[in-house]
Structures are given as structure tokens and as C-alpha cells.
Design a protein around this ligand. Sequence first.
Ligand SMILES: [Ca+2]
Ligand SMILES: [Ca+2]
Ligand SMILES: [Ca+2]
Ligand SMILES: [Ca+2]
Length: 404
Amino acid sequence: MRSLTWTLLATGSSLSVLAIGVGVGGHPRKDFELVGERHFVGSMPGRPVLADLDADGDLDAVVVCGPCCGRDPRADSGHVQVLLNAGDGRLEPAGEPVRLGPTSLGAAVGDVNADGKPDVIAIHHSSYDAAVLLGDGRGGLGMPTYFKLHDGASPHVHSIALADANADGDLDILATLVDDHAMAVLLGDGAGGFTPAPGQPFFAHRHPYAQLNVVDITGDGALDAVMTDMRGGGLTVLVGSGTGMFSPLHGFNLETSMPIAAAERPMACSLGDIDADGDLDALAFIDESPTAVRMLNRGDGVFEEPSEPIVDLGSASVGGELVDTTGDGVLDIVASGAASNVVAICRGRGDGTFERAELIDAHGRSPGVAVGDMNGDGIPDLVTGNYDSGTVSVLLNTRRTGHR
Ligand SMILES: [Ca+2]
Ligand SMILES: [Ca+2]
Ligand SMILES: [Ca+2]
Ligand SMILES: [Ca+2]
């Protein structure tokens, strides 16, 4: 297998997409290396989901192909492809893609029928249908069974999470219903079936959007949900009862999602303890902007902007993750590129602030990025779904702790 190496631009100078690999203002580094070839998976792949689909101990990738963000579906989009890891980060298709609806957008992976084999749940941008595809434990997926997230008139679904919202031991489906201003909750029966939670969907302010986070944010042991309030320009926390029901942290008031004053249209948010005080903070990614906004947790699930909330990502982004890419125990930002071919990494300083962005070439425009250890060396790598080229790239992290 041909192995190509690519350079990562050093920090210390203003960055632009055109400057990648040129080594402006510093020594070019080879911190991320494309392993194998880019895989063509079909039109409009989104952010991969990483999980061990074939139980061999390494992370595999699940990629859903379908249009995002108002673009029309292409005739050949609308499917899910599993890529199996050879163990060193090289991916190979696990078989033929499985057909979904034309606007399939994203997925979550978990065992929903209690057979010990991971299953895939996919959502569709323009349909209330959630597709459940049972895994065979070898990377194969069965044909989809559909469950309605809602019986509404304006299907617009942007994110999904699998979590046990009612604490009965079975995974449940949670999803943002953008135009219904609500979050759907379907309770799993542990056999691959789902029924609507009582009272769902739950009011979630205006336009809850991408990257639904399901965590215990209030510390009472029950799972809560954190999402962006895109039209309202804030963050919404829905407090879980532990029985599958959710209510707004601030009560049923349109004016009281937690405002993000520093920017409009937060598209997505990622959670992590960025200021090392023991609670989960939020980073909101702003639409059509190379910036993210820091929102620090007061400790009780209320997020507030610090005095300098803006993080410069160096490239427009529609989402990303907070993850330790260097092994120093401090969370860094890994942000996908909205209209470029780069992934931006901002190293965390541990005090809630971040260094200047480093831009990494994903070798395909509009990469949606996932982070996970793909070659078993304990260091997180990058896997991108490249929307415009229809490909997936695996970029192995060759950084070492403390290495600069
Ligand atoms: Ca595997
Ligand atoms: Ca299963
Ligand atoms: Ca459950
Ligand atoms: Ca914190």
C-alpha cells in the first residue's frame, strides 16, 4: 500500500489555506500522515463515526452519505458504508453500501438489540425516519427498519445520539428536530425496537442543530442534553428526569436559552472540561465563520462566556471535537473545515484558552472530522469524511508527548 506523507504547517505566523505545506514562519512538521489511499465511499459523505464493528479490537468507520446544509441530494447519495480497519489505520470496505433515503445525513453506533454486536442508527435531513440497521458483528449491516422520530409537518433533522435516557439498560435514540424546535426521544426496547417517550418531542428553543450531546450536566446522575440554539444564538440545556423526559434548564421561556453574545448562529457544540475545574464546558462552532466561542460551565449546567470567548480556528468550521491530541492531558480543539480542505487543531493550554490554529490538509474539501486511535498506539488520529470528493481520509497522528 502506498503511503504518502503530508506536512503540517507550524504555528507562529498568520495562516491561510494557501499556505499549507509551505512552512511559513517555522519548520514544517509531519505530525499527521495520510495512511493508505483516500477511500471513495460515494457522494456527500458526512462525519465518520468510529466504533469497532467487527470485534477485532480496532476502530472501524461508519460513513453516511447524503446532503448537508440545504444542498440537494445527488442521485447516488443516500447510503451507509462500513469501512473496516486493518489494524494499522488502513480502511477497506466491509461490503456493499446499504441504501438509505436520499437525504441520509448522520449516524450513531451502539448495540440496540442486546446481542453484543454494534448496530447503526441513521437519520435523514429531510425526513422523520430514523433507520435502524442491525450489525452482524463482522462489519455487515442488515436492511434498515424505520422508526418515526416525530409525526410533524416540517422534517429537518440534524443530529442524533444514542444513550440510555430512561436508565433501563437499553439504548434510546435522541435527535434534534430543527424546525420543530424540539428534541425527539425514542425509547429502545432492547430488541431493536423503539417507541416515542411520553411527552416527546421536547421543546428545545429555536433551531436545535448539530452535535447533540447527551451527558449528565447537572450532576444528579440522570442524563441531560446540550445543544445549540442556532436561531436564538445560544446554548440549550434540557434537563433529563432519568425517565426519558426532558425540560429546559431555564423553564419554558423562549428568551432564556443561554445566550452567546460573541457570535450569531452557533451550528454545533462540543463539550469538555477546558478549564480543568472538573465540569464540562462547551465550545460552540459558528456558522460561516472561522471562529468558535468558549462557554464555561458555572458548575451547575449554566454556561457563561468568559471575558475573551472567541477562539480563532483559522478556517470556517461547522463543528468539531474537544479531545487531547498530544497526550498532555489537556483538551485541544479539532475542527472540521466547512468549505476548505483542512482540519484545524488548536492546542489547549489547560486554562480554558487555546493556541493559534494549525491547519492540516485532509485531502478533500469540506472534511467532517472524527477523532480516534486508528493504529493502536494510544494517540488519537483523525478520520475525515470529505464531502465534495466523496472520500474518507485517515490521518495518523505521529506527534509524541511534549514534542513540538
Ligand atoms: Ca475493528
Ligand atoms: Ca446489536
Ligand atoms: Ca433506555
Ligand atoms: Ca470546566
